[in-house]
Structures are given as C-alpha cells and as structure tokens.
Design a protein around this ligand. Structure first.
Ligand code: SF4
Length: 280
C-alpha cells in the first residue's frame, strides 16, 4: 500500500488500513480495535504520570518540564497549544525516566501522537473510543513510511523519527476531525515535508535533549498540518514523493547527525560536558 492508495480511497482512510492488514477477518478486526483502545489507555496513562511528576531523569537534564508547563498560567490564552505541548512532553519525560510508554513509532518520538491526538480530543471533549480508528490510521501511515524509508534517528536522522510521528499524528487528527482520506494523507505529507533535514543530535546520546521539547514542537506541528489539510490546503509534492525525498536526505546525513551523540547539540561544550559526566 502507498500513500496514494490511501489518498484515493473513497471511504474513511483508517478503513483501508484495516482492510489492507486484516481483510474481512471480523475476529481479527475486533481484537485489533480492542488492542488499539488499550494503546489509547496506555498513552493516556503515560500523560497522566508525566504531568504529575517532577522526578529528574538519570542524567538530570529533564523530568519537570511537562508539569512546569501544565501548571503555568496560559500566557497566550491558547489552551489547545498548551495542552498539546504538555501532553507530548509528559510522555517523553516518562520515557526518559524509563516509564512505560507506547512507542509511536519509536520511544524517542512517543509523545507526538498522544500529544496531538489526545490533546485535541480532550480540548474538544471527545471520547477515547473515537480515537481508535484515527490511531489505526496513524499506525498505517507509519507502516507505509517504514516500508520505503527508515523511522529511526540512527538511520535517517530525526526527520525519520519525529517526522514520521508528526505525519502519523497529523493524519490521525485529521481523521478525528472528519477529514477525508485525501485530507488525512495531505496532512501527513505536510507534516513530513516540513521536517526534512531535521538531524538527530541527542545530548550525551540520551533521548532527552532535544527530544523532550522536540516532541512538544512537532505535536503542535502535526495539529497545524491537520488544520491546513482540513481547510483544503494540499502538499504540492505528491505524498509518496515526499517520503522518498526524506529517505534521500536521510542517506545524505553524516553519521554524526544520526543518533551517535557526536554532532549538533551533542557537540556543544555543554553537550560534551554531559557526555563526559555520564561516562564517569
Ligand atoms: S533527536 Fe534523535 S533521539 Fe532525539 S527524538 Fe530525534 S531522532 Fe530521537
């Protein structure tokens, strides 16, 4: 299945993902939907734990940011923005504390999908049962991307990891808000094309800085992509070509910018200091 296949589907995009994966096997469908509802619950649980904790990660670089934002006054009077950011960081701070999260598609990018999807759902008062099919679509988009390119920072840079999670989240939010299959895929493409070039440069090699705040930024990015697509704004570059372009850029990235902790933010004086301290 390609993104074009999903885009041209006349029904709900997530239906095609289910059909492609399981055909008409009713029992398997029921089981998968139950599993997905469970995943929503696990995502929600990691958000709850993350928002309640200020315990630092093992390196001491992160652990209190989600609660800090959650408890702060809403300076912009933009509750959706604040909620999406706080939820995304909550999940990734839980990940940094070795708490249980749903890798979507990876642990490093685990905050983007729940931040965007559950953040929007809570903002609009939607029930968890309404998130199941959008999550199926998110998984389907991740599957399509992973077939033609990489979804790990170690192979394709952060554009592959957070870029994929942002694409998955954008499609899911679009479907939750009633978007067509075409709109869902264009939301994913918009999210993906605007992460191209994003490098993977975790300080000390730990999935904490910039990863925690990066999830907050790209969860908002995913919501923005959904808003564009729902309004009818489409990606000029066909969605599958966006995926290939990102794969090509990933192959051009030097090893220093692919999760080795040797380039970018990891190669700053502070980044090197953290790496030295943790190596002792
Ligand atoms: S910077 Fe690297 S480790 Fe951190 S989220 Fe991005 S891809 Fe993952």
């Amino acid at each position: 299945m390609t993104l074009a296949d999903i885009m041209l589907y006349p029904g709900r995009a997530s239906e095609l993902v289910l059909q492609d994966d399981l055909g008409d096997d009713a029992a398997a469908r029921t089981q998968l939907l139950l599993t997905m509802l469970g995943r929503v619950g696990e995502m929600r649980d990691s958000i709850r734990r993350g928002l309640a904790s200020t315990a630092p990660s093992r390196t001491g670089m992160v652990g209190w940011n989600a609660k800090t934002l959650h408890d702060a006054p809403d300076a912009l009077d933009a509750p959706l923005l604040k909620r999406v950011q706080a939820y995304a960081m909550a999940v990734n701070e839980e990940n940094a504390r070795m708490g249980r999260i749903v890798a979507a598609p990876t642990a490093g990018s685990a905050g983007t999908v729940p931040g965007a999807l559950i953040g929007v759902a809570d903002h609009l008062g939607r029930d968890d049962s309404e998130l199941v099919m959008p999550l199926v679509l998110a998984a389907g988009i991740g599957q399509v991307i992973s077939k033609s390119m990489f979804i790990a920072g170690s192979t394709g840079g952060c554009q592959a990891e957070i870029g994929s999670s942002a694409a998955m989240a954008a499609a899911a939010v679009t479907e939750l808000l009633g978007g067509s299959a075409r709109a869902c895929v264009h939301a994913a493409a918009q999210a993906l094309m605007n992460t191209i070039g994003l490098v993977c440069d975790p300080v000390g090699g730990y999935v904490e800085v910039p990863c925690v705040s990066r999830n907050a930024f790209y969860a908002v990015h995913a919501v923005a992509a959904a808003q564009l697509a729902l309004a009818g704004v489409e990606s000029f570059i066909p969605p599958d070509e966006v995926v290939y372009a990102m794969a090509a850029v990933g192959r051009m990235l030097p090893p220093e910018l692919r999760e080795t902790g040797e380039g970018g933010l990891a190669d700053t004086p502070t980044g090197r200091r953290v790496a030295l301290k943790m190596a002792r």
